[in-house]
Design a binder for this molecule. Structure first.
Ligand code: SF4
Length: 323
């Protein structure tokens, strides 16, 4: 059965991408329910976040890079200061990698900082310092994947592209499809649901819905506009069979649970980099860090790996420093 997107106002050409997908979606009713929910003011606090209060592409890209693996609360604290220090790709490109790592310290997953630095350098060299505006050109940039590229087009330029992050992936699988989705299906469905008017507002609303109501564990269906409007297939399936599988589990875009942070290599890598931000990692300091952390071999292995990734530089005397 082909998809029936029961609404002519979707972006031209995209609905056709769903011809092979067995969904039957009343897009207009779905949007009406979601927009009424955001209009009620439940997301007002999120609209005030620094990356939502702007459409400046660089500010949006920096926020998306941070939000990929850091909580909204932490990014809300750090995003304005990072932009004040590096207000343009050119400003970031001019800084050393070490300076960028220092400014990133505490946000975790530090490779994102070096990738952002590489991206800024490319943007200056190849795009005159301005982020490109086409999907293929964005996807050529270091660290920019399908999600980030589309988020930039939608949130900075109000372009009608579907943006599928973990939150949206859950809403699509549970409410709209009622089953697990492949990456292609999730993207096709997201694209087909985008309204011609207000694509940015729609993209943000779907994310908010996933974050505030359609949470990974224990979704708050009682306060979800799609439950109220009778538009959630997962809720309907659960009404028929209380043991229906959650379609969001393993669906495209949704994330698997992360392994424990405490005691992990990830935690120790972060500690090594924070120490390097304060000054050179000389052998006595490395020995200090090694005590109680699995010993010197583990610290040496992680420091070497950080150096191989370009996050530290060996000083040739058994120590390391920021690049
Ligand atoms: S009704 Fe429940 S499962 Fe369905 S979209 Fe809303 S929160 Fe998610």
């Amino acid at each position: 059965m082909g998809a029936r997107i029961l609404d002519a106002s979707g972006p031209r050409g995209l609905s056709g991408d769903l011809r092979d997908h067995p969904f039957d979606v009343e897009a207009r009713a779905l949007r009406r329910a979601v927009f009424a929910w955001t209009d009620s003011g439940v997301t007002a606090g999120r609209d005030a976040l620094s990356w939502r209060a702007t459409r400046e592409p660089w500010a949006v890209l920096v926020s998306e890079t941070m939000l990929a693996q850091t909580t909204v609360a932490r990014v809300a604290q750090r995003h304005p200061a990072f932009l004040e220090r590096f207000p343009t790709p050119a400003a970031l490109a001019q800084a050393s990698r070490g300076e960028v790592l220092q400014a990133w310290s505490g946000l975790g997953y530090n490779r994102r900082a070096t990738q952002l630095h590489a991206l800024a350098t490319r943007v200056v060299a190849e795009h005159g310092g301005a982020l490109p505006r086409s999907l293929p050109a964005l996807l050529e940039l270091p660290g920019v994947g399908p999600y980030t590229a589309r988020a930039l087009l939608c949130f900075a330029h109000d372009e009608p592209v579907g943006v599928v992050d973990t939150n949206v992936g859950r809403v699509l699988a549970r409410a709209v499809a009622g089953r697990r989705l492949s990456a292609r299906e999730a993207q096709g469905l997201a694209d087909a649901l985008v309204p011609r008017r207000d694509p940015r507002r729609w993209g943000l609303a779907l994310m908010d819905l996933g974050s505030l109501c359609c949470r990974a564990r224990r979704p708050k269906c009682g306060s979800c506009p799609l439950e109220v409007a009778g538009r959630c297939r997962f809720v309907a399936a659960r009404a028929r069979d209380a043991h229906s599988e959650d379609p969001a589990v393993g669906s495209a875009g949704t994330s698997a649970r992360q392994s424990a942070f405490k005691g992990s290599d990830r935690e120790l890598r972060g500690r090594l980099l924070r120490a390097a931000c304060a000054g050179p990692l000389r052998p006595p300091l490395l020995a200090d860090l090694a005590s109680g952390e699995g010993g010197a071999p583990r610290v040496a292995r992680l420091a070497e790996r950080l150096a191989a990734e370009g996050l530290l530089v060996a000083d040739g005397q058994g120590g390391y420093r920021l690049p």
